[in-house]
Design a protein around this ligand. Structure first.
Ligand code: ADP
Ligand code: MG
Length: 619
C-alpha cells in the first residue's frame, strides 16, 4: 500500500480565537522549555519505535538518538529523531487536533491564574510551545510503517496550516523552527547547549548538538542501588553541585509500588549561604527535567535535601496548590520522611561516631521533623542525640536516663545556656550529675513535646530546683538556738527577708553539699516556661519574675552572718545580704540597670573595707 500525500490547505480547528499570541505572552519568562518539549517528543517517538520493534518483531535496530542543529544563515533550529515518524493522517490527528486541544485546554484552565510563571515549569505545552520562539514551524516526517510517504507540514503561527508531500528518505521526524527575530539567541550553540544541559542532561537516549552528545543517558539514579559505590554517589553529587562540599549522607530511592519513584537525595553540609527558603531537589519525569522548585514534593523539615527525584506518574501539569493536596505527592513526602528516618537509624547503629559528627549539622531539621510529624518521631526517637556535660559529648535520652537511674529516675537535667548557668553546672558536676545541653532555639519546643509524648518524663533546667542530689539533707547544720526557739536557718532567712523585700522573691535557707556558693537563684520550671511563653507572645522584656533565693547554710559567708548580726554590725550584714543576692542574680543571667549600679557601688565599698589596714586583725 502506498500512501500518497496531496497538497492541502487547512484550518486548525480550535475555539480560542488565536492561541499563539496567548501562548507567547503567557510563557514569556520560560521560553527555554520549547526545547524540552520537542526533545522529549523525539525521545517518545524513538521509544515508540523500540516498542513496535519488540512487539512486531521488526529489525529496525540502529543508532537511536536525537540531533539538534542550528543554521545561523537560515535562522533555523532543527530537532531530528529516528523514531516512529508520522503518516499524513497522524499529522492531521496528532498535530492539528490533539496537540491543539491540549494547548487550548491549558489556556482555558489557567486563564484566571494570578501567577502564571508558577505553573510553567510544571506544564508541558507540548509541540505548540515551538511557537513561543518560532515564526514558522515545519515538520518533515516519514513513518516507520510500510509504504508510508514522507509528509511535510508547515504553519506560520496562525491557525492556518499546509500539509503536503516531501522528499524525506530516512524514517523519523524533523522539526524545523524558523526562529523569530527576538529569539535569535537560540541560534547560538552555547545557548542551546545550556538549555539542553538543563532539561535534557539525563535523558535516556543520546542527545547530540551538532554531533556532540551532551547528556548522560544512564544517570546514577536509574541504576540498582546495590551496584553503586559511595565514590559514584559522591561523584554524581559533584556533577550536580560542583561547588558544594561533600554531602553528609544520601539515599537512593528505587520504588515501584504503590507508585514509581526513583532518585538520589543528598543531605548537604550546610553553609551560611545555603538558601533554606526554597527546595533544592531537581524533579524529573522519566529523566526529563521538570523543575528545580518543587517544594511540595518534600516535607518542610527536609528542605535542605538536594539531588534528583524522578516521578514518572505524577500529574505535573497542575498548579502548586493542587500538588500540595494530591494524594500521590503526599505519599512521596511520607516516603521521603520515612527513608530519612531509616537512614538515620542505619548510620546511628552502624557508625555512632559518624552519626554524632553529622548530628550538629542536621539536628535542627530532625527536631523540626519530630515536632511536625508524629510518624517521623516514632521512627527517630531512639536516635535523637543530646549534647551532654559528660565526656561522651552526645547521648540518647535512653542512655542518659539509664546512666542516672539511681540519681534521677525519669528526670532530665538540662542547661540552656552554658555561661549563664555556669555556677549551677559546676554544682552538678561536683555531685557527678550529668546535664544535657539544650541550647538550640527549637529545644524548648522539643522539651514540651517529649514530655507530652513520654509519660513520666520530666525536664528540669538546672537552675529550677535544688534537688536532693545537691542538698545535704538531714545532716545539714540547722540547730535551734536562743530563747525564741528559732533555728539558725530561720534566723538567716529573717535576715534576708528583712533586707530583700521585693515582689516575686522567696527566701529559702538550706545546706548545699557544695559549700563554696553562698546562694543560688531557683526558677520554678513550670513558672519559668510560662514566663518564656508570654515573653514570646510579645509581653514585656527580660524580667526575672517569680524566683527563689536559696541561701546556702553550708557556706562560711552565710554562717558568719549571724554572729556579725549579733555583734550589731547591721550595715555590714545589709551589704553582705545584698551582695550575696546580686551575685546569685549575676550567676543566673544578670539584672537591670539600677541593680547594676547598686552592685558596683557596693562592691567598691566592700573592697575598701577589705583593704583597710589591719582589717585582718579584727577577729
Ligand atoms: P504529547 O507529547 O503530550 O502527546 P505534544 O503536543 O508534545 O503532546 O505532541 C502531540 C503528538 O504529536 C504526540 O503525542 C505525538 O503523537 C506527535 N508527535 C510530536 N512530535 C513527534 C515526533 N518527533 N515524532 C512522532 N510523533 C510526534
Ligand atoms: Mg510532548
Amino acid at each position: 500500500m502506498s500512501d500518497q500525500v496531496e497538497l492541502e490547505q487547512g484550518n486548525i480547528s480550535i475555539h480560542t480565537e488565536n492561541i499563539f499570541p496567548i501562548i507567547k505572552k503567557w510563557l514569556y519568562s520560560e521560553h527555554d522549555i520549547f526545547l524540552r518539549e520537542l526533545v522529549s517528543n523525539a525521545v517518545d517517538a524513538i521509544h515508540k519505535l523500540q516498542h513496535v520493534n519488540l512487539v512486531e518483531g521488526l529489525q529496525l535496530s540502529e543508532d537511536y538518538g536525537v540531533d539538534i542543529t542550528v543554521d545561523e544563515k537560515a535562522k533555523t533550529l532543527t530537532v531530528k529523531d529516528n523514531g516512529v515518524g508520522m503518516t499524513a493522517d497522524e499529522v492531521r490527528k496528532y498535530i492539528n487536533q490533539i496537540a491543539f486541544s491540549s494547548a487550548e485546554e491549558f489556556v482555558e484552565k489557567f486563564k484566571d491564574l494570578e501567577d502564571k510563571n508558577q505553573i510553567i515549569g510544571h506544564f508541558g505545552l507540548g509541540f505548540y510551545s515551538a511557537f513561543m520562539v518560532a515564526s514558522q514551524v515545519e515538520i518533515r516526517t516519514l513513518s516507520y510503517q510500510e509504504g508510508a510517504a514522507a509528509v511535510h507540514w508547515k504553519c506560520n503561527g496562525s491557525t492556518d496550516y499546509q500539509i503536503g508531500p516531501c522528499d524525506k528518505a530516512e524514517r523519523g521526524t524533523e522539526i524545523i523552527l524558523h526562529l523569530s527575530n527576538e529569539e535569535e539567541q537560540y541560534l547560538k550553540p552555547s545557548r542551546v547547549r545550556e538549555v539542553l544541559k538543563r532539561f535534557c542532561n539525563f535523558l535516556p537516549l543520546p542527545i547530540r548538538l551538532a554531533g556532540d552528545q551532551i547528556n548522560d543517558s544512564d544517570p546514577l539514579w536509574c541504576k540498582t542501588p546495590s551496584e553503586v559505590t559511595d565514590e559514584e554517589y559522591q561523584e554524581f553529587y559533584r556533577k550536580l553541585y560542583p561547588l558544594a562540599v561533600e554531602p553528609l549522607f544520601w539515599i537512593h530511592l528505587n520504588i515501584d509500588f504503590p507508585f514509581n519513584l526513583k532518585g538520589i537525595v543528598y543531605f548537604p553540609k550546610l553553609t551560611t549561604e545555603f538558601d533554606l527558603t526554597k527546595s533544592h531537589i531537581k524533579l524529573f519525569c522519566n529523566q526529563v527535567f521538570v523543575s528545580d522548585n518543587c517544594q511540595e514534593m518534600i516535607p518542610e523539615f527536609l528542605v535542605p535535601l538536594q539531588g534528583c527525584l524522578d516521578a514518572p506518574d505524577l500529574p505535573l501539569n497542575v498548579s502548586r496548590s493542587y500538588l500540595q493536596n494530591e494524594p500521590q505527592v503526599r505519599k512521596i513526602r511520607e516516603v521521603l520522611a520515612g527513608k530519612v528516618a531509616a537512614k538515620l537509624g542505619e548510620i546511628a547503629k552502624g557508625d555512632a561516631e559518624e552519626y554524632a559528627r553529622i548530628w550538629d549539622d542536621i539536628h535542627t531539621f530532625i527536631k523540626y521533623g519530630v515536632l511536625q510529624d508524629e510518624k517521623f518521631y516514632k521512627k527517630t526517637k531512639d536516635h535523637l542525640l543530646f549534647r551532654t556535660t559528660d565526656a561522651s559529648q552526645h547521648t540518647t535520652l535512653k542512655d542518659y536516663l539509664e546512666r542516672g537511674k539511681e540519681k534521677y529516675a525519669d528526670q532530665v537535667y538540662y542547661a540552656s545556656d552554658e555561661s549563664a548557668q555556669a555556677s549551677y553546672l559546676r554544682m552538678f558536676r561536683n555531685q557527678d550529675i550529668e546535664v544535657l545541653l539544650l541550647d538550640a532555639p527549637i529545644d524548648s519546643h522539643l522539651i514540651s513535646f517529649l514530655e507530652h509524648q513520654e509519660e513520666n518524663l520530666k525536664f528540669l533546667r538546672i537552675d529550677s530546683e535544688a534537688t536532693d542530689n545537691l542538698l545535704q539533707g538531714e545532716s545539714g547544720p540547722d540547730l535551734v538556738t536562743g530563747e525564741d526557739g528559732k533555728s539558725s536557718n530561720e534566723r538567716i532567712a529573717d535576715l534576708f527577708k528583712g533586707e530583700l523585700d521585693q515582689d516575686g522573691l522567696t527566701i529559702r535557707v538550706d545546706a548545699l553539699k557544695d559549700g563554696s556558693v553562698p546562694a543560688v537563684i531557683l526558677l520554678d520550671e513550670g513558672m519559668r516556661r510560662f514566663q518564656e511563653m508570654t515573653r514570646m507572645l510579645g509581653k514585656e522584656a527580660k524580667e526575672i519574675g517569680e524566683h527563689t533565693l536559696l541561701v546556702n547554710a553550708a557556706c562560711p559567708t552565710i554562717k558568719n552572718l549571724l554572729s556579725l548580726n549579733e555583734s550589731g554590725e547591721t550595715s555590714a550584714v545589709s551589704s553582705v545580704v545584698h551582695q550575696v543576692y546580686d551575685l546569685a542574680r549575676l550567676a543566673q543571667g544578670g539584672f537591670d540597670q539600677a541593680s547594676w549600679e547598686a552592685f558596683i557601688g557596693r562592691s567598691q565599698d566592700l573592697l575598701q573595707l577589705a583593704s583597710r589596714p589591719g582589717s585582718e586583725n579584727t577577729e
